[in-house]
Design a protein around this ligand. Structure first.
Ligand code: GLC
Length: 485
């Protein structure tokens, strides 16, 4: 399939409830896909929809080929895919091949599909991504098993040929149902050192944010084994050459090459986590561009604080301009297009990692439950009266209007990207394609618009849809897309 230019991430539990139980579901998503299509997306990625005890928000899968009853049925999934295709949208499912829920029947039926210690205790010093040892004792057998994430998520043993075979079957089943591709979860965890050797202490080279515990070790043996390509080849073969495969590889861009041999794109987490300064953002983009258009740009997802918390409320529009004018594939997390902010989460939390705050329900209208549900939402709505889709649809100055305009314009930009040097402090600017120019002010004071933009024709300013000329200076958080005359 031709690569999508814009993929919209849906977190199913928080998108749209259709039956009043307070949780989003597949019928609700299908009903709201017209919003995704109107935004200009070409594909929708659904975070996991499978039966799950929800120890990790659905990333603890208890059956990879079924639909969680809270989300609906397989028939609802078929209807969603059909509706998406009617609207010209591809559907990407989230596949979690590295681990299962401890409640997956495989854990009891096929214990040899998992990774076990041959001692009465942890086999090595590996730490869980979420903190604590990566080994827990199975109370039933008394043996110790590996879990890269929560203890409720035992790692599958991809060195047992039955495991790739089973997971290939999962991908085939969904492809048969019309799914167009997959986002592959935590895929750098798929293959580990066959001897399960200790990781050495960290030497400070990680380059991406890790939990404190996780960051204490250099992940030499616990992730990214040299033969990762063998496993990825199995996934590619099962998905088919025309499936779109996105890897969640939490590694710096200089380690993506083996993944890109088999997957279409990998997320660019360096840009995602770059400090919001012109220098850091430029360095992250340049680091990724060595892979051409094979790094998927993403600034937000269900795992990390929402954009206003990371770049500052005043810079949300500049972030949109940056993301949506980069070459290749870009991902938008639900709610970013209306500027959704982190919420209070819940007490007790649903997510032990503190990520409820980024997963509050979508705000469709200004009513107290935001049009999300007629019941009691599983997480409260944050501020639907202040920001919602319905109001922003009526307002040409809204953030939603900016997203729609930029996503439309995105298709007109060529492939090349070259940064302009000698810009004012805080300003990032580049040439895009043969005749477009982008400039944005990531700093905190007024800065001169770079010289090459003077005299260029204004295409879209972040602040003012009706502006007709490139301004001489950019306010903090402002940006422009222009075309050379
Ligand atoms: C990915 C998911 C995250 C999940 C983890 C373990 O990073 O995005 O939500 O907790 O994998 O499956």
């Amino acid at each position: 399939m031709s690569a999508p230019r814009l993929v919209y991430q849906v977190y199913p539990r928080s998108f749209q409830d259709s039956n009043g139980d307070g949780e989003g579901d597949l019928a609700g998503i299908a009903r709201r896909l017209d919003h995704v299509a109107a935004l200009g997306a070409d594909a929708v990625w659904l975070s996991p929809i499978y039966p799950s005890p929800l120890a990790d928000g659905g990333y603890d899968v208890a059956d990879h080929t079924a639909v969680d009853p809270r989300f609906g049925t397989l028939a609802d999934a078929d209807a969603l895919v059909a509706r998406a295709h009617d609207l010209g949208l591809k559907v990407l499912l989230d596949v979690v091949p590295c681990h299962t829920s401890i409640e997956h029947r495989w854990f009891r039926q096929h214990p040899d599909w998992y990774v076990w210690s041959d001692r009465d205790g942890p086999q090595n010093n590996w730490r869980s991504t979420f903190g604590g040892p990566a080994w827990s004792r199975d109370p039933v057998s008394g043996r110790w098993y590996l879990h890269s994430f929560h203890p409720e998520q035992p790692d599958l043993d991809w060195r047992n040929p039955d495991v790739p075979r089973a997971m290939a079957g999962v991908l085939r089943r969904w492809r048969e149902r019309g799914v167009d591709g997959f986002r592959l979860d935590a895929i750098d965890r798929l293959m580990k050192d066959p001897e399960l050797r200790d990781d050495p202490p960290a030497d400070g080279r990680v380059g991406l944010p890790l939990g404190e515990d996780d960051a204490s070790l250099e992940h030499v043996h616990s992730v990214d084994a040299p033969d990762i390509g063998d496993a990825l080849a199995v996934l590619r073969d099962a998905a088919g050459d025309d499936a779109f495969l996105v890897g969640e590889v939490f590694l710096p861009s200089d380690r993506l090459r083996p993944y890109l041999e088999h997957l279409d794109v990998c997320f660019g987490f360096e840009l995602f986590h770059a400090p919001w300064t012109a220098e850091a953002v430029r360095a992250a983009i340049e680091g990724s561009l060595v892979h051409g258009e094979r790094v998927a740009w993403v600034l937000s997802n269900h795992d990390f604080p929402r954009l206003p918390a990371r770049v500052g409320a005043a810079h949300v529009r500049a972030a949109a301009l940056l993301l949506l004018t980069l070459p290749g594939v870009a991902f938008v997390f639900q709610g970013d297009e209306i500027g959704m902010v982190d919420g209070p989460g819940s007490n007790p939390p649903h997510d032990r990692q503190g990520r409820d705050a980024h997963r509050h329900p979508m705000q469709w209208d200004g009513s107290p439950t935001g049009g999300f549900t007629t019941g009691t939402p599983w997480l409260p709505l944050v501020d639907p009266a202040e920001r919602n889709v319905a109001a922003q649809e009526r307002d040409p100055r809204s953030l939603l209007a900016l997203y729609r305009d930029l996503i439309g314009l995105r298709r007109e930009l060529g492939e090349e990207m070259a940064f302009l040097d000698a810009t004012a402090p805080g300003v990032l600017a580049c040439r895009r394609g043969a005749d477009h120019l982008v400039a944005l002010n990531l700093g905190d004071r007024l800065a001169a618009t770079p010289e090459p933009l003077a005299g260029a024709e204004l295409v879209r300013a972040t602040a003012e849809p009706d502006a007709t000329a490139v301004p001489a200076a950019l306010e903090p958080g402002q940006g422009v897309l222009a075309r050379r005359r």
